[in-house]
Design a protein around this ligand. Structure first.
Ligand SMILES: CC(C)(COP(=O)(O)OP(=O)(O)OC[C@H]1O[C@@H](n2cnc3c(N)ncnc32)[C@H](O)[C@@H]1OP(=O)(O)O)[C@@H](O)C(=O)NCCC(=O)NCCS
Length: 195
């Protein structure tokens, strides 16, 4: 995950990410006015800043809940979300308190980054960069989803998913693994062959 640019620039990036990911989006104005997933991410960015100040944590939670009522997207202000997150369609998305999400991630409606235990501490997933979580998919527990992985619609992920792979089904299994990397063969001239 990269460092964050100034606040307004981050919001502009979120806007452009939505326009770039959604072929149905015709203009930035349309996205800014009509995309609840973008509104939810924008408010999260403010609520997350408030969350860093202990005295503002209750206000951050209430802001997050008010946004849930308006957008159908519930993002806990303690979650750590990367840049250019796009939540398509919005409704029904839940992101838990200890979830970590990389850059350029797409979550479709109904995606849940949830916990499986009531204990404090890390209990929600960690998603790498450029992960896509399909509609209705649940990623549960402190599992890790590697960069460029894709989670199929309605999958239930309860184990780690390797980078560059596709996981589908209940419970999710990896259907398409990354192509194996050919073994590295060092081209080193052995001086002995010239003797
Ligand atoms: C998982 C996904 C990314 C795979 O896409 P893909 O690489 O094109 O893969 P394919 O369609 O070739 O499917 C590969 C295999 O997974 C299966 N599969 C694909 N999506 C699946 C799903 N959501 N649940 C269960 N199985 C699925 C296919 O049947 C196929 O099985 P097979 O190898 O036995 O024939 C895609 O199907 C998906 O679910 N994307 C989510 C998109 C979404 O939520 N859109 C909402 C828009 S509103």
């Amino acid at each position: 995950m990269t460092t964050h640019p100034p606040f307004l620039a981050t919001l502009q990036e979120d806007l452009r990410a939505a326009r770039d990911h959604d072929p149905a989006a015709r203009s930035l104005l349309e996205v800014a006015l009509g995309y609840p997933g973008v509104h939810a991410v924008w408010v999260y960015r403010l609520a997350h800043r408030m969350w860093q100040v202990p005295a503002l944590r209750l206000a951050a939670r209430l802001l997050s809940q008010a946004t849930r009522s308006a957008t159908g997207v519930e993002i806990h202000p303690g979650a750590v979300l990367g840049r250019r997150l796009f939540i398509d369609h919005g409704m029904g998305v839940v992101v838990g308190e200890t979830a970590v999400v990389g850059d350029d991630v797409v979550l479709f409606h109904g995606a849940t980054l949830g916990g499986t235990s009531m204990r404090h501490g890390k209990r929600h997933p960690t998603l790498g960069d450029r992960v896509v979580v399909g509609a209705g998919a649940k990623v549960l527990g402190p599992v890790w989803v590697g960069d460029d992985a894709r989670i199929g619609a309605n999958a239930v992920v309860i184990r780690d998913v390797p980078p560059d792979s596709t996981a589908v089904g209940v419970p999710a299994t990896v259907r398409r693994r990354p192509a194996p990397v050919p073994p590295f063969v060092a081209e080193v001239d052995d001086p002995a062959i010239y003797i």
